[in-house]
Design a protein around this ligand. Sequence first.
Ligand SMILES: Cc1cc2nc3c(=O)[nH]c(=O)nc-3n(C[C@H](O)[C@H](O)[C@H](O)COP(=O)(O)O)c2cc1C
Length: 216
Amino acid sequence: MNILHICADPNPTEESISKQLAVTFFRTLAERNPDVDITNVDLYENPPPFLDYQAIRGFWFPVFIDGHQPTDDEQLAGTYGIEQGEIFNTSDVVVLTIPMWNFSAPAILKAWMDQVLSPSVAFNMDKHGTTPLHKVRKLILLVSSGEVLKEDDERDALTPLITSAFGEAGIKNISIAWADGQYAFKYTDSETRKSMALEAAEELAEEVIEELAGIS
Ligand SMILES: Cc1cc2nc3c(=O)[nH]c(=O)nc-3n(C[C@H](O)[C@H](O)[C@H](O)COP(=O)(O)O)c2cc1C
């Protein structure tokens, strides 16, 4: 089984709750299933460029304009998305480690999504819809937020972004471990909330093994 881990948090692990969820998730996985092949992409070590005009032409114009063939320059501009897309497309499970920023995901993750969730990279697109080019069966979100809120809160712009964008790419099996209320100066139960999220991360690792049993 191939797992791609995308980390969108710049903080060191000891100061990052979402990264601590990731540590727990992958430790549990390693304890249960040594056959898993994990690729780690730290977006702060390998940052995505913002999409520019050439990259948009390369990815999207073949959808918009019948017969458009990307030029060498347009293909070059899409290099990051194409390279990351190759890893993405061969993954069975994708794990996103995400701190909540301004009630959404950090811009660096959105930039990665704009590169990878593109036509001819993660899917083909025509007037009938999208056809996946990937084999991702499950998406795991490891989230931390300062405020007390979850995906049913109208302030949450993080899970709608992820579920819509990855859903369009054909990925609808999404599970979340979310440590909310991590503003310890404000919420006296932040440690309890963190412990519950760590347990949820452990359970997600076991769920992944069960759901994807048989994939090697
Ligand atoms: C730039 C920035 C923006 C933030 N915006 C929010 C927010 O909109 N809502 C919220 O609940 N917490 C917000 N926080 C708090 C973080 O979500 C919280 O500290 C969380 O634990 C960060 O994840 P981490 O510990 O894995 O780094 C923000 C923190 C930063 C640094």
